[in-house]
Design a protein around this ligand. Sequence first.
Ligand code: FPP
Length: 242
Amino acid sequence: MSEHRSLPSVPRHIAIIMDGNGRWAVQRGLPRVVGHENGAKAVRACIEGCAELGVQYLTLYAFSQENWLRPKAEVSGLMSLLEKFLHENTAELVAKNVRLQAIGRLTDLPAPCQVQLNRAIEATAGCNGLTVILALSYSGRLELIDAIKSLLREIELGHIDKAMIDPETFSKHLYTRYYPDPDLLIRTSGEMRLSNFLLWQVSYAEFYVTKKLWPDFCKEDLLEAMEEYSSRQRRYGAIHEG
Ligand code: FPP
């Protein structure tokens, strides 16, 4: 990281759509899974960068509900990689005071993956530095449906009155109820799509799209995204006079 740059204002919560692993591999004549392996290295660097820069929450789109439709070999490669990543990195997460969390339909994951995930979550539960939230078997639309079902249950039980439902109440039924909404959403590989990610939560987030493919995304790119974020004026739909 450049020593002569002044530090940008740091977003409290960064969310990332990590895209381009496949293209990165294809460009090199390598199997797609090698792209994912290098993507996992970029995940490590990104966690390290966010922890160093004082980001409080980092949500990573690691596996979408739609990703189950990929060829079987790629899906099992990704699941093994996730399991290995958690196994090999939990001690370092603890050493760096990083708390690991996960959102999505986690019971869809293969059992060994769930075991490693739960171990990592438990091992890091006492850490109070950066919180890393892995979105796994995640779908923004299904999250909204799950929230509506949960609200309906509460109404049926008489715990809440439907006239009282406002954005704040609704947010409390999302998978992300324990975390603030993202301030900055980064997407790599140049695509300008949300791809069913955090549909409700990114309502006021600043978007930053880079052409870099995810395995090439490094701390310098993170800093560049933060600099761009610092230069934006966030108005939340209002106009500030004066
Ligand atoms: C998108 O690239 C990326 C994914 C579907 C998975 C993201 C996974 C990782 C970064 C590695 C494992 C994660 C952890 C947390 C260890 P793509 O395959 O859609 O790329 P393409 O659009 O170029 O084909």
